[in-house]
Design a protein around this ligand. Structure first.
Ligand code: URP
Ligand code: ZN
Ligand code: ZN
Length: 470
């Protein structure tokens, strides 16, 4: 049986054109005109997308489903979180694995994550490794992680299992040899810990002091350091997660201007759409995440960076804790509040509305930063992130004329709030398809528990990809 999506405007990173798209066995078999007539003698299901955009399914390469942070656990497991993703138009995620028990190897967490996700995920998924200590065994094991479909690892420069500069260098070098990529959470640990102590000890424990204890400079210093270390490692591929402020972006721009290659940069929806003013609201705990929300000047710099290519990816860092329960641990002291916020369901439509409909980025750039680039950088492309013959039929039909107001009542995750309550958006996701199956329609989940497949990601032939990736 064939499925034909007809009369829609198909969007790629480089063009928007009216055409029909034919799907067979979960894969796009051809794109052309009058496909319904052409295949009239076959058994065909037709979906009319007239007046709508047909986009690749979203690829969110920074989520934390079921994240165990020791004293708390993110409330979306791989079922709830991927149902939310599906309803929001995201058809693939790459999830950052949590820290495991001290001293555990990389496969300990990989096995654990397969256990957490394999029978639950409703969309396709991969994992990033998490390096929580560095020694010869871990450096050797990186190779078998790559063989097992995990060609990326994350290194934290803060939190309990932060890695020091010598370890950072070793991981960068090894991942370069393996054609993999190393992602970094960049914040200067000592600065943050010092400021947290200063504010706490002087009774400044309200949510706004979360932002004040993690200033722009603490992030930018760590970004600069990592970029220098990547340069020392021979322009090793480096990926900055959740870049949130203008000083960090300046560090990236300077490194690239100086000729450094293989730098990839992600920001997240929340840093483009909200500011630290949120911490002054009565429900400020909802927005406690690291890095924190910044200022309007930072927001503007991020939009500009997204438009001009300095930032190549928008992800979410989806990491939800209930406001009514877990977040309340921070009600008398921001340092006790679990860090993280939901966002996987809101990303695609918010970025479309705030970016495309407000003329900050083009429709094609939207597809590039939300679908194609994340798929390219993390080895999912060209199966994911693009609508082309041979690609998986992961797609969204989006109505650009229909308006809505985001509200928790219309969301699908397990968490008890959305950070975007009451935000008006222009655009509506009518239908979401994964490998040819309709998994969400008119904001109703129509997929199946466990139908998501593990994406055995591949390494990329790097050459000089950062210059062809805008
Ligand atoms: O606050 C955040 N971002 N929590 C999730 C873990 C991380 O730092 O990415
Ligand atoms: Zn992080
Ligand atoms: Zn994260």
């Amino acid at each position: 049986m064939k499925t034909i999506v007809k009369n829609g405007k198909i969007v790629s990173p480089s063009e928007t054109y009216e055409a029909d798209l034919c799907i067979e066995n979960g894969v796009i078999s051809c794109i052309g005109t009058n496909l319904e007539q052409k295949f009239a003698s076959d058994e065909v299901q037709v979906i009319d997308a007239a007046g709508k955009y047909v986009l690749p399914g979203g690829v969110d390469v920074h989520t934390h489903m079921d994240l165990d942070v020791g004293f708390s656990r993110a409330v979306d497991d791989f079922y709830d979180g991927t149902v939310a993703a599906a309803c929001g138009g995201t058809t693939s995620i790459v999830d950052h694995m949590a820290f495991g028990p001290a001293g555990c190897n990389l496969h300990h967490q990989l096995n654990e994550y397969h256990r957490l996700a394999d029978d639950k995920a409703v969309i396709d998924y991969g994992f990033h490794g998490t390096v929580q200590h560095v020694n010869d065994e871990i450096l050797d094991e990186l190779e078998s992680m790559v063989e097992d479909g995990v060609p990326s690892v994350k290194v934290y420069l803060t939190y309990g299992f932060k890695i020091n500069d010598d370890g950072v260098l070793e991981v960068l070098k090894r991942m370069k040899e393996l054609n993999g990529i190393t992602a970094f959470h960049c914040e200067n640990h000592d600065v943050v810990e010092h400021l947290k102590k200063v504010y706490s000890e002087s009774g400044k424990t309200a949510p706004i002091y979360h932002a004040k204890s993690r200033p722009n400079i603490a992030e930018a210093e760590a970004v600069r350091r990592v970029l220098y270390l990547a340069k020392l490692a021979g322009d090793a591929p480096v990926y900055i997660v959740h870049l949130s402020c203008k000083e960090s972006l300046e560090a990236v721009e300077e490194a690239r201007k100086a000729g450094q290659k293989n730098i990839f940069v992600e920001t997240c929806t929340q840093y483009l759409t909200m500011t630290e003013e949120k911490y002054k609201d009565e429900d400020g705990l909802k927005y406690i995440m690291s890095p924190p929300l910044r200022t309007d000047a930072d927001r503007e710099a991020l939009w500009k960076g997204l438009e001009n290519g300095e930032i190549q990816i928008v992800a979410t860092d989806h990491c939800p804790f209930n406001y009514g329960i877990e977040k309340q641990m921070g009600k008398d002291d921001f340092t006790k509040c679990p860090n993280g916020a939901p966002g996987v369901e809101e990303r695609m439509i918010l970025l479309f509305s705030e970016g495309v409909m407000k003329n900050r980025i083009s429709l094609n750039r939207f597809v590039e930063v939300a679908c194609t680039n994340p798929a390219k950088v993390y080895g999912l492309y060209p199966k994911k992130g693009i609508l082309e013959p041979g690609a998986d039929a992961d797609l969204i039909i989006l109505d650009p004329e229909r308006e809505q107001t985001l509200t928790h009542a219309n969301m699908h995750g397990a968490v008890d709030y959305t950070a975007y309550e009451g935000v008006p958006v222009k655009g509506y996701i009518d239908l979401v398809m994964q490998r040819g199956n309709v998994i969400a329609k008119e904001n109703r989940f129509t997929g199946a528990r466990g139908a998501g497949e593990f994406i055995h990601r591949k390494t990329r032939d790097l050459k000089d990809e950062s210059s062809c990736l805008r």
